[in-house]
Design a binder for this molecule. Structure first.
Ligand code: C2E
Ligand code: CA
Ligand code: CA
Ligand code: CA
Length: 275
């Protein structure tokens, strides 16, 4: 038994070392990902439930690793956050997304909104708003078409968050709260922040049991009372869509409508609409 315990321990530390090694190696590669042009934005369409029109897209970053292939943000964003690499990566994402939105607008897809995820490290940077304004200025994108997605967990410092969100609001930039309903501070601060959208977390939709349906109903009702638009993400089935439609959810996003697409595929989609 003692022998076995020793082996288990050795195996465990070995695995731990491998993970650490793997992470360190990935971090080294990630450091060069921007300059090697390995990052790419995909765009997932969002639709108005009532009109069926495409209202905008959410930019989602991908990493085309030279040997490992496509790496999802769920894997490398945490590494980027920990190492601080999220700052240059986040800036690259913002610049690329805004430039793309501007290009699409110039090609006559006027009202397309661009949603960009920002991480807590970016949000907490004192220069955050200035950087966003700088990108808007450089790309020429009208602030009204930029939507910044933050999560509840970024807003625990209420005074700081209020200041930042108020500045973004004054500049005409939209802000959504992403993954809404999974944090703890949800209700009390909502009316204090100038938020334009709530995104219902997809976990609630994935299993439409009685408690999740109650939560979704409550979020939509709350948002309506506060005059905030609600978008549901992760919509995969017709059943989920019809449930959301009955509750008069404003917008939807999910595999039922479209997966995240490359910029070329978005262009094909836009051209297929008759305006
Ligand atoms: P998120 O912001 O909550 O993004 C939604 C995730 O759900 C995306 O995963 C999207 O591809 C996926 N999704 C969309 N529709 C469906 C559906 O119908 N069913 C299911 N099961 N999933 C769906 P993705 O692209 O892997 O991104 C994961 C997370 O990585 C994002 O979650 C976001 O937190 C983060 N992320 C992605 N891009 C960026 C970025 O540019 N900057 C930062 N800071 N974070 C990012
Ligand atoms: Ca998001
Ligand atoms: Ca989300
Ligand atoms: Ca999420």
């Amino acid at each position: 038994a003692k022998e076995q315990g020793k082996n288990t321990f050795r195996f465990f530390t070995q695995e731990l070392n491998n993970n650490l090694m793997e992470k360190t190696l990935l971090e080294m590669d990630l450091r060069q990902a921007i300059s090697k042009d390995e990052l790419e934005l995909y765009y997932q369409p969002q639709y108005d439930m009532k009109t069926g029109l495409m209202t905008g897209v959410e930019a989602l970053v991908r990493w085309n690793h030279s040997t490992k292939g496509l790496i999802s943000p769920g894997t490398f964003i945490p590494i980027a956050e920990e190492s601080g690499l999220i700052l240059p990566i986040g800036l690259w994402v913002l610049e690329t997304a805004c430039a793309q939105a501007k290009t699409w607008q110039c090609e006559n897809f006027q009202s397309l909104r661009m949603s960009v995820n920002v991480s807590i490290r970016q949000f907490k940077q004192p220069s955050f708003v200035d950087e966003v304004l700088d990108v808007l200025h450089k790309t020429g994108l009208d602030p009204a078409y930029l939507n910044i997605e933050i999560t509840e967990s970024m807003t625990t410092d209420v005074i700081y968050s209020q200041k930042i969100l108020q500045r973004l609001h004054t500049e005409g930039i939209r802000v959504s709260i992403d993954d809404f309903g999974t944090g703890y501070s949800s209700l009390s601060y909502l009316s204090k922040f100038p938020i334009t959208h709530l995104k219902i977390d997809q976990v609630f939709l994935q299993d439409l049991n009685s408690s999740n349906t109650a939560i979704i109903k409550t979020i939509i009702e709350l948002a309506k009372n506060l005059n905030i638009d609600v978008i549901a993400e992760g919509v995969e089935t017709a059943e989920q869509a019809s449930f959301l439609s009955t509750l008069r959810c404003d917008e939807v996003q999910g595999y039922l409508y479209s997966r995240p697409l490359t910029k070329d595929k978005v262009e094909d989609l836009l051209k297929s609409f008759v305006y």
